[in-house]
Ligand binder design. Structure first.
Ligand code: UDP
Ligand code: MG
Length: 230
């Protein structure tokens, strides 16, 4: 099946989300490029059993998928630090959620494991970066419970990205793309963070210290919002 294809029963203009927040918990994870979203998501997956979906990783996989009609579009957007049209990204996320939920159900059925006792819980990393994505995802896919926002000064993010660029192989970890990504983050993505903060749905974490300290702070803040045994 192509990666960009609707799960059966969904259509772009529907008014009911595909997944109910009663069955599925979604946390959006935001922060500038290099703020440490991916690192902290990996910690939360290890200790708390979330499923991690990185919008950027899904886009890069779609870009490289033979036969994708979106490859060139995605490649250009990523290099220029621009946001890929939301239809593509929302659909990739919805499909990935659908697959993870189906996989979990069949594991539960096959091994009698207890994973079915808890709801499916997703960390959606690097999304939504633009208001239209936020509104569309919550309306059509699933309302989000919280937004984890990793707050980091630009100078520190730049240092981390240039360091990562030595080995990441990412087409956008170079000085020119980094500058464009910062610009998009300030102009387009910060309004999304502010929208959720105004609704009391954002959890702000200072991402300047080292990864362990940031993780401790993340856990403490999530525990106070979601309950100690989140
Ligand atoms: N991107 C996008 N829409 C999204 C998420 C990512 O268009 O919802 C594109 C955008 O060009 C971004 C790039 O993918 O600059 C890399 O995203 P990623 O999340 O991997 O970057 P990071 O936050 O790790 O720097
Ligand atoms: Mg990332």
């Amino acid at each position: 099946m192509p990666a960009v294809e609707a799960p059966s029963g969904s259509s772009p203009s529907k008014s009911t989300p595909t997944f109910s927040p009663q069955d599925v918990t979604v946390l959006f994870v935001l922060g500038g490029p290099g703020a440490g979203k991916g690192t902290q998501c990996a910690n939360l997956v290890r200790d708390h059993g979330f499923t991690h979906l990185s919008a950027g990783d899904l886009l890069r996989a779609e870009q490289d998928r033979p036969g994708s009609q979106f490859g060139d579009l995605i490649r250009n957007c990523i290099r220029n630090g621009e946001i890929v049209p939301m239809e593509v990204t929302v659909r990739l996320l919805e499909n990935a959620m659908d697959e993870a939920i189906t996989r979990r159900q069949s594991n539960t059925n096959n091994n009698n494991s207890s994973s079915g006792d808890r709801k499916s819980r997703f960390l959606i990393d690097g999304f939504p970066r633009k208001m239209d994505q936020a509104l569309r995802f919550e309306e059509a896919v699933c309302p989000a419970r919280l937004v984890l926002f990793y707050d980091c000064p630009e100078a520190e993010m730049e240092r981390r990205l240039l360091e990562r660029g030595k080995t990441s192989g990412r087409a956008d970890d170079n000085a020119d793309s980094i500058r464009k990504r910062f610009r998009t983050f300030v102009d387009t993505s910060m309004p999304v963070v502010e929208y959720y903060e105004a609704q009391g749905r954002a959890v702000r974490v200072d991402a300047t210290p080292g990864p362990d300290a940031v993780y401790e702070d993340t856990r403490a803040k999530l525990a106070s919002r979601l309950g100690e045994d989140f």
